[in-house]
Design a protein around this ligand. Sequence first.
Ligand code: AP5
Ligand code: ZN
Length: 216
Amino acid sequence: MRLVLVGPPGAGKGTQAEFIAAHLSVPKISTGDIFRANVSQGTPLGTEAKRYMDAGKLVPDEVTINMVRDRLAEPDASEGFLLDGFPRTVPQAAALDKLLADFGTALDLVLELVVDDDEVIRRLSGRRTCRGCGKIWHVEFDAPTRESMCDRCGAELFQREDDKPETIAARLREYAEKTAPLVDYYGAQGKLVGIDATGPVEDVTVRAIDALRSYG
Ligand code: AP5
Ligand code: ZN
C-alpha cells in the first residue's frame, strides 16, 4: 500500500506512522526524520534545512522533492510505503503524483489526522524524543517510567529545537497556509480519509487501521 499521513504539527503522525507502517509491513519515510538526521550529521543538506526548521518554516520544495525522489527509488519502497510529513505543499503533492506515475504506480490513500490547535500545543510542548531509538514520548500523555530516559532502549530523551512556543506558532501558520490546501487537493482525487486523532494513542491507531481496511 502507498499511503500518506497528513495533519498539523503534533497531530501524532510520527507516533501513528510507526504502528501503521508495521501493520502494513511497509517502510516509514519521514522527511522530518531525514532532515533531522542530516542536521545531526552536519551534511550540506542538514545545514540548509536547519535554517528553515529552526524558524518553523518549510524547507524549499525543490530540496525536499529531490530528497524524497532518491528515497522512493530505494528497493524497500518499491512495493509500498508510508510517507510521514511529505507532501506538505500542493507543488510537492503534484511532484509526488508525477514521480509515482513515472514508476507506473499511484498513491492509494491519504490519511488525515484531525486535531485542533490547543491539543497540538499541549502535545508539542510536552514531547520528548529518544536519542537512541527515536521513540516519541510525552511528559504527560505517554511518560517514560524514569524521567528523561527511554524505557525501550535506556538512552536519554531530548526536546526538539522546534518545539519552543514561538516556533510552534510559526509551524501552525505555515501548516494553515501551505499544507491545509492538500485536503482539497486529495479530496478532489477521492483519496482523502480524515480520522479523529484525539484520545488515547491506541484508540487513534484503531481508527486509522479501520479506515485503511474500509478503503483498502
Ligand atoms: P516534522 O518532523 O515532519 O514535524 P511536524 O509535521 O511539525 O510534525 P511533528 O513531528 O512535530 O509532529 P507529529 O504529527 O509527528 O506528532 P508526534 O507523533 O511527534 O517536520 C519538522 C520540520 O522539517 C518542518 O517544520 C520543516 O521545516 C521540515 N520539513 C519536514 N518535512 C517537510 C516537507 N515535506 N517540506 C518542507 N519542509 C519539511 O506527536 C506529538 C506529541 O504528542 C508526542 O509527544 C506524542 O507522544 C504525543 N501524542 C501523540 N499522539 C497522542 C495522543 N493520541 N494523545 C496524546 N498525546 C499524543
Ligand atoms: Zn529509545
